[in-house]
Design a protein. Structure first.
Length: 357
């Protein structure tokens, strides 16, 4: 039956295809050529707090000041998400499955459960009001840094919750999501979530199923942040390609690969690639006469997308296959400029006014 399905699926419209980089996603080199604001190992989670840009890196939270940084806090586990509750209080999610309130009147208060469920994988946080946050839990099994394991195991156990930080009560908004990796709460209470492994953005409403608002994203959708004129910024942290999509359909091969091959050499998306000859390589990515084609299939890519108020793409910034600024994980519009963390390259770059040349 499976053989017949494979033969008939293209006629049934079930064949897996990857959306092209076209329209607002048309490739350019704007990200690859953007000025560097800071070189720092694995920067992530850019946001504006207490009048300045801050970001996480490993176990630390830093403030961007001039051409350097100032350490604001350190924790006993890597930081997986940040949100500004007030100018005095920062909400910090940790890889170890905890949410901590830093500074302010609630300093040190910790949450390790969402309702009756343990907090395992906090991937993103948004603030609804002074006492309520929205938490995206990427997986019920894997920590945030194990996202590629969750993908290759083809799981969809993610969920989104409201968390009352005054009482600790959690309210489930959606479950069985394919790695929710970004969340945005609007002033009117509207909640949008990026579902990375489903390559889409959804809107959450009480008592309703998640409503898709943008589908067929040509990569793995990451964090959402506010842009001017009521729009949004979307970080796409890794690309889709046909070989990876094929492996995801071949269950026996995929299971053997997970059991026998080291993770960094899996046929799977990554935040950076090309540093080892042991990595999987598709024919189109082979260098010819020393040239790496920009259109070559790649396990990593750099992509920031500006969305309009209806969450439709209008502009994009790329670092293509032949570039090095891959693994873009967060975007922050500061008013003066647009900053982005390129975790795979260890950079924070300045995208200017957010308009590719």
């Amino acid at each position: 039956m499976r053989l017949l399905d494979r033969i008939l699926d293209p006629f049934r419209g079930r064949a897996i295809t990857i959306p092209p980089y076209d329209g607002a996603f048309k490739p350019n080199t704007a990200l690859e050529e953007a000025p560097v604001r800071l070189e720092h190992e694995a920067p992530d989670n850019l946001l504006f707090w207490a009048g300045r840009p801050v970001f996480s890196a490993g176990n630390f939270v830093h403030a961007l000041e001039g051409g350097g940084t100032r350490e604001l806090a350190r924790f006993d586990a890597p930081v997986s998400a940040l949100a500004a509750l007030t100018d005095e209080t920062l909400v910090v999610a940790l890889e170890s499955g905890r949410i901590v309130l830093h500074d302010g009147a609630s300093e040190g208060r910790t949450f390790d459960r969402l309702g009756s469920e343990p907090l395992v994988s906090p991937t993103a946080i948004a603030v609804l009001d002074a006492t309520t946050i929205v938490v995206a839990q990427g997986s019920a099994r894997h920590a945030p840094s194990d996202w590629v394991v969750d993908l290759m195991e083809k799981r969809a156990t993610g969920s989104v919750w409201k968390l009352d930080i005054s009482s600790g009560a959690g309210t489930l908004l959606a479950r069985d999501l394919a790695w929710p990796s970004g969340v945005h709460a609007g002033p009117d209470g509207t909640i949008h979530v990026s579902e990375a492994f489903a390559h889409r953005l959804v809107r959450l409403e009480a008592g309703k199923r998640p409503a898709p608002v943008l589908t067929r994203i040509p990569g793995y959708a990451g964090r959402l942040s506010a842009a001017r004129d009521g729009g949004f910024w979307l970080a796409v942290f890794a690309p889709r390609n046909r070989l990876i999509e094929f492996v995801l359909q071949e269950d026996r091969f995929r299971r053997d690969m997970l059991e026998t091959v080291e993770r960094q050499n899996w046929i799977a998306p990554a935040l950076s690639s090309g540093s080892s000859f042991l990595e999987p390589l598709q024919c189109g990515a082979v260098r010819t006469m020393g040239v790496h084609k920009p259109w070559a299939p790649s396990r990593s890519y750099g992509l920031a997308v500006r969305l309009d108020a209806g969450l439709q793409p209008v502009q994009s910034f790329h670092s293509r296959s032949d570039g090095t600024r891959h693994g873009l994980t967060s975007v922050l519009e500061t008013g003066d400029s647009v900053l982005a963390t390129v975790t795979g390259a260890g950079l924070i770059v300045d995208l200017g006014k957010g308009e590719p040349q």
